[in-house]
Design a protein around this ligand. Structure first.
Ligand code: G
Ligand code: G
Ligand code: MN
Ligand code: NA
Length: 254
């Protein structure tokens, strides 16, 4: 079966899973959140990575119903963690088509209502592709969801074309510094340090939170801390983990 046909059946067959990458407060090394990352495990075949199937789902429109499932599952799981005393933010990646074709406001409201998760524990990650079209519709949807208490992050910040103008138009809460800037932070190249500093300062000035993505080494984490960056995620701490492994981070001896 090809990927497209398989994708059509995958929701019905319950073949999607979410993995969760912990997000840390750097200065005290505590987990403050979890980025939900979609995984597809077709029966009797190897896992298909998101880079292989998300672009196809975006092309054929399936990302709208898959995205609804992701929202519901992330909220459901986070409510379970909350009820167990783990009060974390869960962050969910949103595709442009979910704004365009789906009704994101209704989808998010349904996921929150049905799970019982408080809206302030859900954050939506938007990329430039979302922010690039139908500005007014996106601005309105963001405003309505913000009014509910849901927060927004710009993903992969610093890549793409006109990120700075977005900050004026879209009422987001957080900038996720793209991993490409973190990679060379400790290699002695002045440029990446300067860019990371500039993004952190921009966040401070505009009252936006900042989080560094793709931290892979202790040196990078320390350097970020010195630069005043307070939040981060990356392989240095953890890969994206299945929900049960994620929860075990908090009860290491079980
Ligand atoms: O873990 P990684 O290989 O998980 O993810 C690869 C890419 O797929 C990333 O760009 C990530 O943002 C995207 N991605 C992962 N999960 C989702 C999802 O639920 N929805 C959308 N739209 N993109 C996702
Ligand atoms: O596009 P987005 O930022 O949502 O995608 C996150 C992607 O980055 C996922 O594929 C995730 O697995 C990957 N990722 C997370 N931490 C690291 C890291 O430290 N290094 C690298 N190379 N990739 C990472
Ligand atoms: Mn992301
Ligand atoms: Na990113």
């Amino acid at each position: 079966m090809n990927i497209e046909n398989g994708l059509r059946l995958a929701l019905k067959r319950n073949e999607f899973r979410l993995h969760y990458q912990p997000q840390y407060s750097i200065h005290n090394n505590t987990v403050i959140g979890a980025e939900a990352l979609l995984r597809w495990q077709p029966e009797n075949s190897p896992m298909i990575p998101p880079a292989k199937f998300i672009p196809i789902a975006e092309d054929n429109g399936l990302i709208v119903s898959i995205g609804d499932w992701v929202l519901r599952e992330a909220c459901r799981q986070n409510k379970v963690w909350h009820d167990a005393g783990l009060k974390l933010l869960v962050t969910v990646n949103i595709s442009a088509l979910q704004f365009k074709r789906g009704n994101l406001l209704e989808s998010v409201q349904a996921a929150l209502n049905d799970s019982g998760l408080e809206p302030r524990y859900l954050e939506l990650e938007l990329t430039e592709s979302v922010l690039m079209f139908d500005t007014n519709a996106v601005i309105n949807t963001i405003a309505q969801l913000r009014a509910l208490g849901v927060s927004f992050a710009i993903d992969d910040f610093g890549t793409g074309y006109s990120s700075l103008s977005y900050l004026k138009r879209f009422a987001v809460n957080k900038l996720k510094i793209d991993q490409s800037f973190i990679r060379d932070l400790t290699s002695g190249k002045a440029e990446d340090t300067a860019i990371v500093k500039a993004i952190l300062q921009l966040g401070d000035t505009l009252g936006l939170l900042t989080l560094a993505e793709g931290v892979e080494t202790k040196e990078q984490a320390e350097q970020l801390s010195l630069l005043g960056c307070r939040k981060a995620q990356g392989f240095y701490w953890n890969q994206p983990l299945p929900a049960d492994e994620f929860a075990r981070l908090f009860t290491p001896d079980s």
